[in-house]
Ligand binder design. Structure first.
Ligand SMILES: *Cc1c(COP(=O)(O)O)cnc(C)c1O
Length: 384
């Protein structure tokens, strides 16, 4: 059994993949070739956003979004400690400071009430109101990166309201949520900018690294286009700002075009797989199934459950040769890389508790009912 079975999908679309790859080999425009524009148009239309700028990875997508806002030293960016490190890493790379905000215990996404507290505490320089990082005296609140963890969108209605009240921008880290929806709007359209990833294991993945930034703002889109190619102006030898080499390969775009043809159907299949898990695991005492809030459709990047005795479940699943993963075993505020912020473990109790009890089960559109029944059986026995 595979944790994420990419082979089953490949078998389905093999002919189209080969045709698309061959076309790139024929025209030879490996960098910013015609497939790049085609993919940007298709995905931009799909999510309902005016500008889609492809790039080299989800990490670069986040980095480029922050660079387009001119984020730098002295800027505070609010995000959660219960995420993949890339979300906070890009803030630090630019010399800005991540200000962590705890998550909701059921969705694992940023808690909008705590966000309001954190912004107010920073403005008042009052760490008694909400935990703040070292160096808070010199920080100015600039923006928010909310994360759509495991495929479910964060609560953008409330997060955008806090942002507006305080004059902050909002970036949606949609690396795990491409294909998700909230109140009939698509993930990647829910904030000022969005960043997604095409890492192979993500809901829409390529065969290497890739990413995309989305925005309706013409000015920001122009900056993204420039930042992606070394801060180009009228051409790449006219450099008007500091940029990066953030381009997406044409071959990856060609692969994504073949995969995108079946993607909407795969999102539907993911709902079926998730609901089978819910039915099988729901009745098992000691397991808490994922909660999808009303108005949300998850892209199910992961199917993650909470449990009291994780080791018992993980040992039994390992014994039965069922792959599992723990996302994330250690929240960012207790990682060595972020020791310089001088947070204490107990500053974000919901993140700590989630990290101690969570694990993810095999999840992909082609997971079969009989395999899921077997998984549930192993877990049930582990808890007897
Ligand atoms: C995967 C991921 C990223 C980074 O994407 P890459 O394409 O691997 O650079 C960023 N944020 C989150 C939440 C992710 O899951």
């Amino acid at each position: 059994m595979q944790f994420i079975d990419l082979k089953a999908q490949q078998k389905r679309i093999h002919a189209q993949l080969m045709e698309n790859i061959s076309r790139v080999l024929e025209h030879g425009q490996y960098i910013l070739g015609p497939e790049i524009k085609e993919l940007e148009k298709k995905l931009g239309d799909h999510v309902g956003v005016k500008h889609a700028v492809s790039c080299a990875s989800g990490t670069d997508a986040l980095l480029m979004a922050l660079m387009a806002y001119g984020v730098g030293p002295g800027d505070a960016i609010f995000t959660t400690p219960f995420t993949f490190v890339a979300t906070a890493e890009v803030i630090s790379l630019l010399g800005a400071t991540p200000v962590f905000v705890d998550i909701e215990p059921d969705t694992f996404n940023m808690d909008p009430d705590r966000l309001g507290d954190a912004v107010a505490a920073l403005k008042e320089r009052n760490p008694g109101k909400h935990p703040l990082p070292k160096g808070l005296e010199k920080l100015t609140a600039r923006g928010i990166i909310a994360v759509d963890l495991f495929g479910q969108c964060a609560d953008y209605g409330r997060i955008n309201r806090v942002a507006k009240e305080h004059g902050l921008f909002v970036i949606e880290d949609a690396a795990q949520s491409f294909g998700a929806e909230q109140d009939s709007a698509k993930a990647c359209s829910l904030a000022d900018m969005a960043a997604t990833s095409f890492f192979p294991a993500k809901p829409l993945g390529c065969y290497g690294d890739g990413g995309m930034v989305f925005t309706n703002d013409d000015g920001l889109a122009m900056k993204l286009d420039s930042i992606r190619v070394h801060g180009k102006g009228s051409d790449k030898y006219d450099n008007v700002r500091i940029g990066i080499n953030g381009r997406c390969d044409t071959l990856q775009a060609a692969i994504l075009l073949a995969k995108f043809a079946v993607f909407p159907e795969e999102i539907t299949l993911r709902q079926e797989v998730a609901s089978r898990y819910n039915n099988l695991l729901g009745p098992i005492g000691g397991i808490t199934c994922p909660v999808v809030r009303p108005g949300n459709l998850s892209a199910w990047a992961q199917y993650s459950v909470l449990c009291g005795n994780r080791d018992a479940a993980l040992d039994a699943l390992k014994e039965a040769r069922i792959p599992t993963a723990v996302y994330y075993p250690k929240p960012l505020h207790v990682q060595g890389a972020y020791a310089y912020l001088r947070y204490r473990a107990e500053d974000f109790p919901v993140s700590m508790k989630s990290a101690a009890g969570i694990f993810s089960l095999p999840m992909h559109p082609y997971l079969e009912a009989q395999d899921q029944a077997m998984i549930a059986d192993v877990i049930q026995k582990a808890y007897k």
